[in-house]
Write a protein that binds this ligand. Structure first.
Ligand code: DGJ
Length: 377
C-alpha cells in the first residue's frame, strides 16, 4: 500500500513537472505575427528584435530573404562590428534568423575590416552564374565617410557565407550616357562645370565616382543596375552592372542633378520604372521623393513626396531602403523604411507601409497596423 502511494505520488510529480515544462515551452514559443506594426519592436523566431537595417529583400524559390546591417548597441553601433545579417520568411510577418551572411574581417588591412562602415547591403541572384551577389556601400575603417566605395561579395547559397571580392569607386574615366531626349544644358562639361555637383563629378572622373547610399535592381531581361548617391550625395547615378553582376560596364546616367537624393529604392510596375528616395539630412528623417521613367536610362521625372497626411514631411520618421514586390499578388508593393536611432543603433525600427496607386501615381499612407490583405481590395 505504502509503495503504491509512493508510486502514485512520484507519478503525480512527474506529470506536473512535464505539464509545467510544456507550459514554459509554450510561453517561450515566438508569437506568430499576422500583421505588420510599423515602428514596433519586431521579434524574430528567437524573440530577438530583427537586426537588418538599411536592408533589402530577395525573393527566391518561394521564400523571402532579408539582408541588412547588423548594428550593435550605443552610438558606435553604426560601425560594422559584425557584418550583414540575414533572415528568412515564408509570409513576410515572421522571420527566422539565418545568421551573418557576410562577416566583417578581423584582418585590419581588409577593406571590410571590423569597424568599417558597411551600409545598405542588397542581394541579387544571377541566373547565368548561379551566384548570389551582394552589393553594399563601404567606408574604410577609421576614414569616416570619405572613401565612398561600392563593395561586392558573392555566395553559392542565398544565406551565405558571402565572400568579399572588392570595393572601389565605379566608372573611373567614364562620361555619362545620354538618352536621346537629353538637352544640351543637361550634359556635364568639365571645362565649365555648371553647378556644385558637376564640379564633384569632374573632380572624381579620373579615380571613379563616389558611391554611397545604394540599391541594386534586376530588370525583366536579367540586366542589373546599381543606383547610388554620388558626387558628395548631390546626384544619383544609375549604372549598369556586368553580366555576372560583380562589376560596372561603364554605362551610367545621372539623375536629379544637384538635388541631394539618398536612400534610393527602385521597382517596376506595369512597364514603368519607379524610384523612391530621400533628402540628405544624416540620420534625421526628411521628406521622401519619387520619380518615374519609361526607360531605365531615363529621362527620370521627379514627382515630389509620395507620403500623405500627418508625418508625411518626415516620412513618418523613416528613410527609404527598399520597395518589395509581394510575390503572387498583383500591384502589391511594400515601402520599406528605417527609423534610425543613432544613439543606440541596434534599436532602429522598421517602417513597412503599403503603396497605393491612382493610375500610375504612387502614394504612401501611415498605418498603425496592417496586413497583406490590403492588396486584395
Ligand atoms: C543617411 C544615409 O541614408 C544612411 O545610410 C547613413 O549613411 C547616414 N546618412 C549616415 O549619416
Amino acid at each position: 500500500m505504502r509503495t503504491s502511494k509512493l508510486l502514485a505520488l512520484q507519478l503525480l510529480i512527474l506529470v506536473s513537472l512535464f505539464t509545467s515544462v510544456r507550459i514554459a515551452c509554450a510561453q517561450q514559443a515566438p508569437a506568430k505575427f499576422t500583421q505588420f506594426t510599423p515602428g514596433a519592436i519586431w521579434p524574430d523566431n528567437n524573440g530577438v528584435h530583427i537586426n537588418a537595417h538599411g536592408g533589402g529583400i530577395l525573393y527566391q524559390k518561394g521564400k523571402y530573404y532579408w539582408f541588412g546591417e547588423h548594428k550593435i548597441e550605443s552610438g558606435a553601433g553604426n560601425r560594422a562590428m559584425v557584418g550583414v545579417h540575414c533572415y528568412s520568411s515564408n509570409d513576410l510577418y515572421n522571420w527566422k534568423d539565418e545568421g551573418i551572411a557576410l562577416k566583417v574581417s578581423n584582418d585590419t588591412t581588409s577593406d571590410i575590416a571590423k569597424g568599417c562602415i558597411l551600409e545598405r547591403p542588397k542581394v541579387i541572384y544571377n541566373v547565368k552564374t548561379k551566384k548570389y551577389v551582394m552589393w553594399f556601400h563601404l567606408e574604410l575603417r577609421g576614414k569616416g565617410y570619405s572613401a565612398a566605395r561600392a563593395g561586392v561579395a558573392t555566395a553559392d547559397k542565398v544565406t551565405g557565407p558571402y565572400t568579399f571580392i572588392k570595393s572601389y569607386r565605379p566608372n573611373a574615366g567614364r562620361m555619362p550616357f545620354y538618352p536621346a531626349e537629353t538637352l544640351d544644358n543637361e550634359r556635364v562639361d568639365c571645362t565649365h562645370p555648371a553647378n556644385k555637383s558637376d564640379g564633384f563629378f569632374c573632380r572624381d572622373l579620373p579615380g571613379g565616382q563616389m558611391a554611397r547610399d545604394m540599391t541594386v535592381f534586376v530588370d525583366d531581361d536579367q540586366k542589373a543596375y546599381h543606383v547610388f548617391s554620388s558626387e558628395e550625395n548631390f546626384t544619383l547615378h544609375l549604372a549598369e552592372l556586368t553580366d555576372d553582376y560583380t562589376g560596372h560596364t561603364g554605362k551610367f546616367i545621372r539623375i536629379y542633378i544637384n538635388h541631394q537624393t539618398e536612400a534610393p529604392a527602385l521597382f517596376k510596375r506595369k512597364g514603368l520604372y519607379y524610384m523612391v528616395g530621400s533628402g540628405c539630412t544624416g540620420w534625421d528623417p526628411n521628406a521622401a521623393r519619387w520619380f518615374t521613367a519609361k526607360s531605365i536610362w531615363g529621362p527620370w521625372t521627379f514627382h515630389g513626396n509620395p507620403c500623405k497626411g500627418a508625418g508625411a514631411d518626415i516620412t513618418y520618421g523613416g528613410q527609404s531602403t527598399h520597395v518589395l514586390p509581394v510575390a503572387g499578388k498583383k500591384n502589391a508593393f511594400i515601402f520599406m523604411a528605417d527609423k534610425w536611432t543613432p544613439k543606440n543603433a541596434i534599436d532602429g525600427r522598421y517602417l513597412w507601409l503599403p503603396i497605393t496607386f491612382k493610375g500610375d501615381e504612387m502614394e504612401i499612407n501611415w498605418s498603425d497596423k496592417w496586413g497583406l490583405n490590403v492588396f486584395d481590395k
